[in-house]
Write a protein that binds this ligand. Structure first.
Ligand code: GLU
Length: 469
């Protein structure tokens, strides 16, 4: 039977990195086995589910490259089916109507608490002998077996036993007929022929309930793998307090999807000492049963390190594509300047994030309108003659290459008895407005002749004006 996995987010917020890691593990498991990866939107909680959050989830999945083979399916489109299965369970005596009032249930609970018993339903309506009250819309409860255990054979946690006596006769349909969470998950996993349920371990307690429902339906059981939580560096569950937690927030902060995926896969899974994995390597090496049992802590420094690694090693054209989004946010049009992948090559040694890279790229696409203090300090009358000479010789330079530019700047420095740096720094200040940029020859080459000359001219004017004042 071919492997079928699913990612089943509830659309009640952004795509959290914990959810993204679960999706990644499910996706990898399907890809590894040549199976299918399904996206199912669990939107039955009508009050908390929003279209905006569905979009955020889809956007996050697309950005990460976790393409799904089937879906997105929406649970709200399956209400007819759930109603039919509930009818079937009632007909077969595997579920029953419960008419107990809220007051009765509250009293029951209070009494159990006094007796220090675990609160649970007392089966009052399970074998109701008296005629049901006519004016009460009942809920439907599932008949949990009265005895025995449910063994969850978890691929990550090992075998986890739950005693049926601990599980309640859970409500599978509310009094308005709408189905409840554990029931819809079980029915959909069955209908979608899911073979492997890979999800967060906050759902482990739901699993025996879902197994009982699947058994009652005569459905095959999937294999379960419950992935531990992600913690913050303080050992608490990762939340907004720790910084970015939404996938798209990491995009905003300048991370590459490759870096985030690589980081997430390693957070809870390893293959020897290897830190950097291509997606193809992951598909070959990943094994869900090797995921750690213990929760792992999110380490922003390591993610940053991986991001820098990918900025340096990925195809510059690919990085350029991601970079252009950040440039757009800064109001820069990458078409109005040098080829963006050349800019990536020039900047990638220094930038840790795409945000830093986009900021550094502005010198190639936007006019220099001022000099920062350090740059201004470089533009002194002492370099006027050399800069002026450089201007004339640059105007005539052919070809305009990093090599020829380097040779020319050196020659002009020599002619004016300046150490190379004593000319290169003022030149950098002149053409970038700053004192840090890629090597000056590369910077000039990317700027092109016209922009370079305009900027030197502006700096010459600036120096002359300063000396007059
Ligand atoms: N909808 C659940 C959630 O977002 C996941 C349920 C499941 O994977 O079975 O937490």
């Amino acid at each position: 039977m071919s492997v079928r996995t699913r990612f089943a987010p509830s659309p009640t917020g952004y795509l959290h990195v914990g959810g993204a890691r679960t999706a990644l593990y499910s996706w990898l498991h399907a890809r590894k086995h040549g199976g299918s990866f399904i996206l199912r939107i669990e939107d039955t909680d009508l009050e908390r589910s929003t279209a905006e959050s569905v979009n955020a989830i889809l956007e996050g999945m697309t950005w990460l490259g976790l393409e799904y083979d089937e879906g997105p399916f929406y649970q709200t489109h399956h209400f007819e089916r759930y109603r039919a299965v509930i009818g079937q369970l009632l007909d077969e005596g595997k579920a029953y109507h419960c008419y107990c009032s809220r007051e009765r249930l509250e009293q029951l609970r209070a009494d159990q608490m006094v007796r220090k018993e675990k609160p649970r339903y007392d089966h009052h309506c399970r074998d109701l002998r008296t005629p049901p009250p006519a004016d009460v819309a009942p809920v439907v409860r599932f008949k949990t077996p009265l005895e025995g255990d449910v063994a969850v054979q978890d691929q990550i946690k090992g075998t986890v036993l739950f005693s049926n006596s601990e599980l309640d006769d859970l409500i599978i349909a509310r009094s308005d007929g709408t189905p409840t969470y554990n029931f819809t998950v079980a029915v959909d996993d069955w209908d979608m022929h899911v073979t492997h349920v890979i999800r967060g371990d906050d759902h482990l307690n739901n699993t025996p309930r879902q197994i009982n429902i699947l058994k009652a339906l005569g459905a095959p059981l999937p294999v379960y793998a419950h992935v531990p939580m992600i913690l913050g560096t303080d050992g608490q569950r990762l939340s907004k307090r720790h910084g970015a937690v939404s996938v798209m927030q990491f995009r905003e902060e300048g991370y590459l999807p490759e870096a985030l995926l690589n980081y997430l896969v390693r957070l809870g899974w390893s293959h020897g000492d290897q830190e950097v994995f291509s997606v193809d390597e992951l598909i070959a090496l990943f094994d869900i049963s090797n995921v750690n049992r213990a929760a792992s802590a999110f380490d922003p420094q390591k993610l940053l390190w991986l991001n820098q690694h990918y900025l340096k090693h990925l195809d510059p054209a690919h990085v350029a594509h991601q970079l252009s989004w950040h440039m757009g946010k800064l109001g820069i049009d990458p078409a109005q300047g040098p080829e963006l992948s050349d800019v990536v090559i020039a900047l990638r040694e220094r930038a840790k994030t795409l945000v830093e890279m986009a900021q550094a790229s502005t010198i190639f696409y936007q006019d220099v309108t001022g000099y920062d203090d350090k740059a201004a300090a470089q533009l002194t009358p002492g370099v006027l003659a050399a800069l002026d000479d450089l201007y004339t010789r640059l105007a005539a330079l052919t070809p305009w290459t990093a090599e020829s530019l380097h040779a020319l700047v050196s020659a002009v420095a020599d002619a004016h008895q300046l150490a190379l740096g004593k000319l290169a720094q003022p030149l950098r200040a002149a053409v970038t407005g700053k004192t840090a940029s890629p090597p000056i020859d590369v910077t000039l080459q990317l700027l092109g002749r016209e922009r370079t000359l305009q900027r030197i001219e502006r700096a010459l004017d600036y120096i002359r004006k300063q000396s007059k004042d």
